[in-house]
Design a binder for this molecule. Structure first.
Ligand code: NAD
Length: 325
């Protein structure tokens, strides 16, 4: 089961599983967290690959979710071999607007899935977590054992709660859990609330580019195909482990803008806005644990990833240009 399968990362994870021959039950509520056409587009790509079944279910609602586990048990295929929980309300700034929605999807949703794994004997759980747990005061690059007590947004707090639930369910019931902490994921059909999608769109369409802060903020931008590969590697039995998935390199937002300008052969018109207090200045992964434990490292240079992201926008411009960012 892959939850959040209409999302940027969930759709890629499902695609990687399908391409290696797995059967995938995709779960997503198709909520309007951003333009649903983008979610539908990703689903259409998945539905063209054999082995994919989509279920429009809200993971924070117990009954329809339990029905899925029941029917899977009753089916000839046996119970799910693993649950990869990528369904979430994501986005640091959005979480200030409706923190309840973030806690419903990210915390109650995770609790429901863990409880169903316990009741229906699913032994493996993967929870998507985030580099935003590292906040503003940890040594860089961030290691998994850094302090995550001081968080800058309800989004980060919801992910910390979800991690805590996973650790509890591992302790009480022996469910094997890997928690990848993703670092600023981007790529084709990306999230329109994130800088790479917005910057590509604004520059390509000749619209003013809104930049929060002075652009010296640094992000460990990680390409979505690398993240999908890392998430599959996270299916390995580990007990309970938290693992950073990032590139170990950072890019300043100003440099990201220059890269995109080169790709789309157009200059950005930057409109500066004050930096938001929920935003981190730097995200930077130490990925030695991912290498040692999962044999994983990111391989896509940012130039290549941004080229593919800009190519996707160009090819889908006839409808993607209408997406609100
Ligand atoms: N993109 C990043 O940089 C990043 C970084 C760190 C962590 N993550 C985490 O990775 C996961 C995937 O993120 P993404 O960037 O692909 O975001 P996304 O918004 O594109 O995907 C999340 C999907 O979950 C679905 N969803 C939300 N609430 C749901 C619910 N209650 N029931 C069922 N489906 C629901 C949404 O419709 C969406 O399709 C999330 O857990 C996110 O917090 C992402």
């Amino acid at each position: 089961m892959v939850t959040g399968s209409a999302g940027m990362i969930g759709s890629k994870v499902a695609e990687h599983l399908l391409r290696r021959g797995d059967q995938v039950a995709g779960v997503d509520d198709l909520c309007p967290s951003y333009d649903v056409r983008l979610k539908q587009w990703r689903l259409e790509q998945l539905q063209a690959i054999p082995g994919f079944a989509f279920h429009r279910v809200d993971v924070s609602e117990w009954m329809p979710l339990e029905t899925l586990f029941q029917s899977q048990r009753a089916s000839g295929d046996g119970q799910f071999s693993a649950v990869i929980n990528l369904a979430a309300r994501a986005g640091v700034r959005d979480s200030l607007v409706d923190p309840w929605a973030f806690f419903r999807s990210n915390v109650t949703g995770t609790l429901n899935l863990l409880e169903l794994c316990r009741r229906y004997d699913v032994g493996k759980f993967v929870l998507a977590s985030t580099s935003s747990l590292y906040g503003a005061h940890n040594p860089q690059p961030f290691r998994e054992d850094a302090n995550t007590d001081v968080l800058l947004s309800p989004y980060s707090a919801s992910k910390k709660a979800a991690e805590a639930l996973c650790s509890t369910y591992h302790h009480l019931y022996g469910i094997d859990v890997t928690v990848p902490r993703y670092f600023t994921v981007y790529g084709p059909a990306g999230r329109p609330d994130m800088a790479p999608f917005r910057f590509v769109k604004w520059i390509a369409d000749g619209e003013p580019l809104t930049l929060y802060g002075d652009g010296t903020q640094q992000r460990d931008f990680t390409f979505v195909e690398d993240i999908a590969r890392g998430t599959l590697a996270a299916l390995k039995p580990v007990g309970y482990e938290v693992v950073n998935l990032g590139t170990e390199r950072t890019t300043r937002l100003l440099d990201l803008i220059h890269l995109i300008e080169t790709q789309v052969e157009r200059k950005a018109t930057i409109s500066h806005q004050p930096r938001h207090p929920a935003d981190m200045m730097v995200t930077w992964a130490d990925t030695s644990k991912a290498k040692a434990l999962l044999g994983w490292e990111a391989t896509t240079p940012i130039e290549e990833g941004i080229r593919l992201t800009a190519d996707w926008y160009r090819q889908n411009h006839h409808w993607a240009r209408e997406i609100a960012v």
